[in-house]
Design a protein around this ligand. Sequence first.
Ligand code: TRP
Length: 453
Amino acid sequence: MQQQPTKGSSRDQFVSKVGFIFAAAGSAIGLGNIWRFPYLAGKNGGGAFVLFYLICVIVLGFGLMLAEFVIGRHTQLSSVDAFKKLDKRFTFVGGMGVLAAFIIMGYYPVVGGWSVAYIFKTILGQLSTDAAIMGDVFGSLVTGILSPIFWTAIYMLANIVIVAKGISSGIEKASKVMIPTLLGLLAILVIRSLTLPGSIEGLKYLFLPDFSKITGEVMMAALGQAFFSLSLGMGCMITYSSYLSKKENLVQNATIVPVLDTAIALLAGVVIIPATVSFGFDLGQGPGLVFVTVPAIFATMGPVLGRVFGIIFFLLLTLAALTSSLSLLEVVVSYLIDNKNWERKKAVGFSSVILFLICIAASLSMGVWSDFHLLGMNIFDFLDWLANNILLPLGGMFITLFVGWFWGKDKVKAEVTNGGEINFSLFNVWIFLCRWVIPIIIGLVLLSGIGII
Ligand code: TRP
């Protein structure tokens, strides 16, 4: 985007096609790929989870991303207004998306803060291949009181400054550098990880499905992860594509972004899971996995090289997280600007104060408040579960139902083919996915995930 996407008479557009791909991929690629995917794969039985995740990305991810792109580019509006214009009955879908963004931003900056903290821990050389030492380093950070809140505040501040200035011109540029560098660094780490003794067992764990591990909960986790990682189901991609020119090929964009995102997630998995197995760390440890295993990989590279790579890694992780959380905060802020007529600065100030308070609660729930449970989960896990496993899939279900049944096939076709200029031979397959396959899969997975079927 050339300029900030605030309301205005002439709508800014992305300078180039590559610019949009990088901005959308910048939103998609984040903690979801490097922090959340590997730990979920580790916790949920490896190969079976990964297989179901890939099915979700291919069938739902592509179809829903295209649906969001079509709505955004057609209306040139952000998600709440887009639905208001197209069909008032679906406005609540936009509202649900704002709520989901709000909930995710109630804990995402906590993890962003851990990532910032690890830049400094790496500088100080807190690297070791000993599980107990690395577990302590992580444990004492996240169960602390002031220190994780301090790092969260630093991370939040970076978001606030960028979004208050009106986002975007920076996102496109930052992503263009970040994504290729991240791919390169992960490729180097893959080699290091796979040459560790015994790491091949980890690779098998990650890719050989053990179908006895598939349960309703595992499927729900994989589905939620697909939505989270691709930034789908809450109108984020509707808003981004509203800045896309009428000449762009939406189908191509909706293919490239998921491919890039999935490549990064799989690479992160191939770095982290085999190394975890090689070091004999606990695969099912949950949110600490990347912060425990990756520094241990750097410890094997020697004090100097390990530190240099470590600093680059956590810097990139922070940057990747930042380009994602900006897109989330922007959803909340632009809702307040467009629907409550607030000034941008007021919207940013108000929402970030409330979000920061929720983040404090989420952070404390890893330590002193860990006994406080909602539906059997601490606050952090509850927010994560509610947004990713419930709200995003429901949002995705309504978005595809809208495109499949309510919008009108001819109008959808005109938009997706740029008025007939682009040949999209799978159009009918895609509409079928939107009408039946995607909503039904989501419905079944949700029902089995919460234990009804
Ligand atoms: N996809 C991002 C990640 O992987 C997180 C994110 C950014 C997101 N925008 C979103 C998730 C919109 C859901 C919806 O870290």
